[in-house]
Design a protein around this ligand. Structure first.
Ligand SMILES: [Zn+2]
Length: 329
């Protein structure tokens, strides 16, 4: 993805980049699904792109590695899936990593996803890193709940708000909601229906991306075999990156839905819901679930995401993960 996909925010970052005036630390705040992770990733690519001066080309080795999550100088920290906490050990490892000499990057980037999941000890450890920022390093905190961060952390970050972009709903929301609206953890048949719907959706997404990639390659039909082979490899890598990003969006949609169901079971304020327009359906599903069941369902989706981020086979991760929606709690 290049900055042009997030025009308003990106223009601001791109101007700073062009003037060589990036901050040491940023706080990207905005609701789930508002594109914080994608912009953080693009910023990491843009400061290290080998082809474009102030943007991401998506094609050079650096851009591809960052997109694939395997760049040695771009570090991600996420809450542990079970506890939903970022531990002090994770922050210490992060601190060590950002203080190492860069292996291939011009600028190292450290990204903390859901930074509000740091407890007191982790927050204090993190504050030390912010107080003595390592050279040639950008730190980006992502959060949907900035009020839960220490004021001393907030004051050291340049804040960028993703509020406005949040209105852009993921293209998969409607499809996922359609499937989940009637899902009440009642029977094996219901779980298999959900499984079939999710895998079917993912398959259609992959097909569509493949068709686009093939159409894109057709314009190079005449080029030399060697160059074409390289283009094909690049195209495959990009396809995989795009598919993973789309799959993550689908899982995010599952997660926000089960999150809303859980909020309804807990009778939380309705203005916390991601799908307020679905309130009647959410309440109907919630009426049949215990709080433990609703929390376990949310955790099951988190575990699927976690498994996929560790490259566990997709079919297996989905089947095992979705069956947990029925496991007794
Ligand atoms: Zn690049």
């Amino acid at each position: 993805m290049s900055f042009s996909d997030q025009p308003e925010l990106a223009a601001q970052l791109q101007r700073s980049l062009a003037r060589g005036r990036l901050a040491h630390a940023y706080l990207f705040s905005g609701p789930r699904g508002s594109g914080k992770e994608a912009v953080a990733r693009t910023l990491a690519q843009a400061v290290n792109c080998e082809a474009q001066p102030h943007d991401a080309c998506d094609e050079c080795e650096s851009c591809r590695r960052i997109a694939g999550g395997n760049h040695p100088d771009v570090y991600w920290v996420r809450p542990e899936s079970k506890s939903r906490r970022i531990t002090v050990e994770q922050i210490r490892d992060f601190e060590k990593a950002v203080n190492l000499k860069a292996g291939m990057a011009r600028i190292k980037v450290g990204i903390v996803v859901d930074a509000d999941c740091m407890g007191d000890e982790a927050s204090n450890a993190f504050l030390k890193t912010l107080e003595e920022p390592p050279a040639q390093t950008i730190i980006i905190l992502l959060t949907s709940q900035p009020q839960r961060l220490l004021p001393t952390i907030l004051s050291r970050c340049l804040k960028i708000s993703f509020g406005a972009v949040a209105l852009a709903v993921s293209p998969y929301r409607a499809q996922v909601v359609e499937v989940l609206r009637k899902f009440g953890s009642r029977s094996v048949a219901e779980v298999y229906q959900l499984h079939a719907a999710v895998t079917g959706l993912l398959q259609r997404i992959r097909e569509k991306l493949r068709e686009e990639a093939e159409a894109n390659l057709e314009q190079y039909d005449e080029v030399e075999v060697k160059i074409r082979a390289r283009l094909e490899t690049q195209s495959d890598a990009r396809l995989e990156g795009e598919y993973r990003a789309a799959r993550e969006q689908v899982l995010e949609e599952l997660y926000t839905w089960f999150g809303d169901v859980w909020l309804c079971v807990e009778q939380a304020e309705t203005d916390l819901l991601e799908h307020p327009e679905e309130l009647p359906a959410l309440q109907q599903v919630a009426a049949g679930l215990s709080p433990a069941r609703a929390a376990a369902n949310l955790e099951a989706v988190e575990q699927i995401r976690d498994a996929l981020s560790r490259n566990i086979n997709e079919t297996l991760a989905l089947e095992v993960g979705l069956l947990k929606l029925l496991r007794p709690v």
